[in-house]
Design a protein around this ligand. Sequence first.
Ligand SMILES: C=C(O[C@H]1C=CC=C(C(=O)O)[C@@H]1O)C(=O)O
Length: 475
Amino acid sequence: MSIAVPVIPYPVNLLQDEKKLYQFLCACQETSTGNGNSPIISVTQKIKPLDPLRVLKAIAASYPFHFYWESRRKDEAILSYGVATSLTLNATDRFTKAQQFIERVKRRITKVGESLNATPLLLCYFTFFDSTDSYSKVFPSANVVLPQFQIIKKQNEYFLNINILIQPEQNLFPILETIVQHQDFLQMLDKSHNLEYEKSNIVNPVNYKIYPSANFKDSVTSALKSIELNQFSKIVLAHALDVISRESFQVVDCLKNLRQRHPDCYIFSVSNNYGCSFIGASPERLISIENNQLETDALAGSAPRGKTPAEDTILAQKLLRSEKERREHQAVSEFITQQLLNLGLFPHQSPLKLLKLSNIQHLWTPIYAQLNSSIHPLEIISKLHPTPAVAGVPTHVACEQIRQYESFNRLLYAAPIGWVDFQGNSEFIVGIRSALIQNNHARLYAGAGIVAGSDPEKELAEIQLKFQALLKALL
Ligand SMILES: C=C(O[C@H]1C=CC=C(C(=O)O)[C@@H]1O)C(=O)O
């Protein structure tokens, strides 16, 4: 849904002109009434090319909250840090509440400068289960953030977006100082380094211990019995691997590794006030909306990559021909298509193809639909999450069983992470191939779809392959 946000075509150099900026802030403050409805000024300007990961490295210690997102395929990256305003909640109607919050924020925003129509982006991340299923203080079940600072890379263009909440009676000088200091900081970064972030020469944490959680194969065997008894037809069982290192993990270095190793995935990181960062390299797009065109992926059914092109082709052909893998995949494409139909849309499926990643390949069906502008991205998310690529069929039975089998809280694993703008554009991924990092502790997650005909041994091999994606980036 797109509500027009007022745009003031203020001088493009507003951020460079302290006096004009101060006058502008004062003018905005005069309109501020408080009552939780203070105006928000959103200033965007073009900046020189700068690797957002380098900025993340520089700000990470000062800003507990950051959100990093990168798609090499689209040549896009977003780094957000600091909080202008946010919503965190634990509620069953979390997607609706998040949507309402976004609409309220939108009404309070005045945009300055016109260099990027899409800004500001609101960041949204949800836990896998809603609050009635599992409650966590670390990551509440819904989180929406309008960040204070945002660096956005769109192909060859780079933008800085600053969002300022103006309270009545507030002293505006500290705000002004923060903005000015930030400009200086970006300029200093610009002069002092290469364009791309280079990893620090920190010695890899070689001393580590791995503590796998409960026995995965036993869970698969037990789930297969329930499938035989027709209690459900598919379940996605996950496994957690705790890695304890002697040194703290370097989140930005891990992201750099993920970027290099998984160029076809979305690289992401979300941090919180508890010093936790949820990072990953996900191949799975939940939704992407651009100019009312919706794209979503059915991604399920896996095989390793071959060591030689010939072996790779054999594995790919085997995957494409496997009745069991296709059934596992079809559960996802059918679910997505049905949910989109339920929303009154007319989805169109591409023919089945393969998504070849550096260490694994998947069956992949892109699905498209034309949207009308009255449908909000979060309404679509609420209908799609969790797809049978991460839960099972039927959804509610599979989710109940997941809670029985898995001894850990999924938190953000396999959950929707993404952004929406104020023009109805949006992109969300599914937080798989991921790890939760806190100092020297990393919890890695990986899951596999179980259907009739699954082999516990092979499913274990599959999740071990998936763990490798993160393990190699961490160690
Ligand atoms: C649940 C995960 O992967 C899903 C996505 C692609 C292929 C999958 C599979 O073949 O089982 C899973 O459905 C995971 O990586 O943790």
